[in-house]
Design a binder for this molecule. Structure first.
Ligand SMILES: [Ca+2]
Length: 430
């Protein structure tokens, strides 16, 4: 290595005397300690009898020379001319050399021949006609829920899906509500009066890794990606038993429910969009069961909050980056609601937040949840003939701001997609 280095260094010094090269890159100072004086970056790889030497000049061109044995052959080439670059690229990069100046000139010429550019303005969207729908007894509060549940025989159900693995369900009463919202994205309206004909059971929490493993023991939710390249850990764990399962497709979730139904004799499935939204709202006509878009969600759910800043990490076994670090502003790029502190960076297991008035946890955040509905246009109609190649996921996740986590927010994914922040919640129909 040192002998090669000296020869290369000498070669370059000679070139420098002849031509002035621009120093732009010294990317590998550790490898190149012996060659720091060379005004170019040189990389040397050795393999058997052959030596490959790559030269990177200011254009980023890599020009490897093959050497045999110990003898080094240098073809004096003037890398600063376009012709030489093209020649070397052709020779060492499978004929990929182009005269870039000519290429740009040709394209400019082509554009000129297309005539003057005239902007094409998008069509103006028709103003949204908001229709205020009224449903008797809607919205409602905790007192009304008590009355509704008083008619039910039971309001809680525990299903043991494997020895020691239990799922807690709460009774969701039947009723009628206004589904969708004009405050949401265009796919969340027109709104519709929707009737939930029958009461049903819904899991208090999102399906956990432990529960999912009862049917699919090989499933691994793995990790949430961590910033910083040189980490020695795989990321933030997403596969702890109590955490909500993720990276499961709609198909996986339905198969899970089907197998559990077989096993338990219960009609376990995913909620429809209407069942989900009815359950999430728990009587509220606001964007969240606890308030509007600007409500403090700190104690209510796990969304993209102040904690999201902690994604800015660095170093071996990456640790939070100091605010004074020059990289800080780049590593905190994720959109977030910095005025709220919900205390969790990624998805958590258990009852870390308050339940909604129906007794359901983390409907808005933590992870999004598959429904069994197709992604079709509103107003919502249970009996629609319209179909879609997408299925709807509802709710937001630890990485979503409130505007993407409202009770009316819809997300569309292919039924086979295993999404990094989408899990599901079971329901049982009578
Ligand atoms: Ca959070």
């Amino acid at each position: 290595m040192s002998q090669v280095g000296i020869i290369i260094g000498r070669e370059f010094n000679e070139r420098v005397r002849k031509k002035s090269f621009i120093i732009t890159t010294l990317l590998m100072p550790l490898l190149m300690v012996g060659l720091m004086f060379a005004p170019m970056l040189i990389m040397k790889y050795s393999g058997g009898d052959e030596k490959h030497i790559a030269v990177i000049d200011e254009s980023g061109l890599i020009a490897p020379r093959l050497q045999s044995g110990k003898e080094l052959i240098f073809e004096p080439t003037d890398l600063s001319t376009e012709a030489a670059r093209k020649e070397l690229t052709d020779k060492y990069a499978n004929g990929a050399g182009v005269d870039w100046k000519k290429e740009i000139a040709d394209y400019a010429d082509y554009l000129k021949k297309q005539g003057p550019i005239t902007p094409v303005m998008p069509e103006k969207a028709a103003p949204v006609k908001e229709k205020t729908l009224k449903v008797k007894g809607w919205p409602f509060g905790a007192d009304r829920i008590k009355e509704m549940l008083a008619k039910e025989k039971e309001t809680r159900k525990v299903v043991e899906i494997a020895p020691g693995v239990k799922v807690n369900f709460v009774r969701i009463p039947a009723g009628e509500f206004v589904m969708g919202s004009y405050r949401g994205e265009p796919d969340a309206y027109p709104t519709a009066k929707v009737k939930i004909d029958k009461a049903f059971w819904m899991a208090e929490l999102e399906t956990t890794n432990e529960q999912f493993n009862v049917v699919f023991p090989d499933h691994d939710s793995r990790f949430v990606d961590q910033q910083w390249k040189d980490h020695v850990v795989q990321g933030y764990p997403a596969n702890k038993p109590e955490q909500p399962v993720i990276r499961v497709s709609y198909n996986d979730a339905m198969e899970f429910c089907r197998k559990l139904s077989e096993k338990t004799g219960l009609k376990i499935t995913l909620p429809t969009e209407a069942q989900w939204e009815w359950a999430c709202r728990a009587g509220s006509d606001q964007d969240f069961w606890y308030g509007d878009m600007h409500a403090d969600f700190g104690k209510k759910d796990n969304l993209a909050d102040k904690t999201t800043l902690l994604f800015a990490v660095y170093g071996v076994d990456p640790q939070p980056m100091a605010k004074t670090n020059p990289w800080y502003k780049y590593y905190t790029f994720l959109p977030k609601e910095e005025s709220v502190d919900d205390g969790n960076l990624v998805q958590v297991g258990g009852k870390a937040y308050e339940a909604n008035p129906f007794g359901l946890y983390s409907m808005h955040g933590n992870v999004a949840e598959w429904t069994r509905s197709d992604y079709v246009s509103y107003p919502y109609n249970e009996k629609t003939k319209e179909t879609s190649e997408y299925k709807v996921a509802r709710g937001g996740s630890y990485i979503d701001r409130p505007k993407y986590a409202a009770s009316h927010t819809r997300k569309a994914y292919y039924p086979y997609q295993r999404v990094f922040n989408v899990g599901f919640r079971m329901i049982i129909e009578d």
